[in-house]
Design a protein around this ligand. Structure first.
Ligand code: NDP
Length: 247
């Protein structure tokens, strides 16, 4: 994939899947704005790794669930890089619990970060994408948003919402040459899944036809493809990277 001259914004680029996407896009030639919530050291590490490999990146602290912060951050990125060609909405959190014990705050925090956060970033980059008449928006959803998951009513709702958001944005911006797609990862080894017990992981493994957990790189490879010119005829799609888990 050749992304020379492109500018990418990756939310949640400090760790896990977002970090792998930031690194992969930079390896393809893009300069990358790495958005993080609070883990400055990790965000700086992503940027340092990109610089080591000869790329360009800058970290921005921004809580994507905060409308005003996302507006300021998009302005700052445009000030620094001049344009945004690729937006990857990857920032996400979980607050798992059965509905019986799920609090209103658990539900709101997850929806506000995973779903509203993506809306905020799209809202503030929308005009720019329209003016450019080109661009790529990639939303990181989840198989939980397709099939649901006990203990994840908040997260599944947010991710299903992201899929609806993806298709609506794809329809709105298609005439401007901007594509919007969702990636639905399955079980990927990151900090988010690290707290699960070995027993839970082993049980998950038994349900995955390819018999392994995914890596952040598995997701990043698809993100890089969707970001490139080669994916120009794909929009409104939801593509699973899940080892066959959800079919
Ligand atoms: P991690 O927990 O490893 O990393 C989460 C990232 O999101 C961090 O960079 C974190 O920043 C950032 N973040 C969290 N909240 C905010 C916020 N309010 N504003 C800005 N950034 C924020 O998660 P993963 O890499 O596992 O997940 C990435 C995405 O992939 C998520 O959307 C997740 O739902 C999705 N996904 C993950 C799966 C998995 O199995 N891991 C499966 C399916 C989907 P900081 O470092 O500063 O805290």
């Amino acid at each position: 994939m050749n992304l020379q001259g492109k500018t990418a914004v990756v939310t949640g680029g400090s760790r896990g899947i977002g970090k792998a996407i930031a690194l992969r896009l930079a390896q393809c030639g893009a300069q990358v704005a790495v958005i993080y919530a609070g883990n400055e050291a990790a965000a700086n590490e992503t940027c340092a790794q990109i610089a080591q490999e000869g790329g360009a990146a800058k970290a921005y602290r921004c809580d994507v669930s905060d409308y005003a912060q996302t507006e300021q951050t998009v302005k700052a990125v445009l000030g620094d890089f001049g344009k945004i060609d690729i937006l990857v909405n990857n920032a996400g959190i979980v607050r798992d619990a059965l509905i019986l014990s799920m609090t209103e705050q658990d539900f709101e925090q997850v929806v506000n970060t995973n779903l509203k956060g993506a809306f905020h970033m799209i809202k503030h980059t929308y005009r720019q994408f329209m003016k450019q008449r080109s661009g790529r928006i990639i939303n990181i959803a989840s198989v939980s948003g397709i099939s649901g998951n006990a203990g994840q009513a908040n997260y599944s709702s947010a991710k299903a919402g992201m899929i609806g958001l993806t298709k609506s944005v794809a329809r709105e911006l298609a005439a401007r040459g901007v594509t919007c797609n969702a990636i639905a990862p399955g079980f990927i080894e990151t900090d988010m899944t690290a707290q699960l017990s070995d027993k839970v992981k082993e049980a998950a493994l038994q349900t995955i036809p390819l018999r392994r957990l995914g890596t952040p790189q598995d997701v990043a490879n698809l993100a890089a493809f969707l970001a490139g010119d080669e994916a120009g005829y794909i929009t409104g799609a939801v593509i699973q990277v899940d080892g066959g888990l959800c079919m």
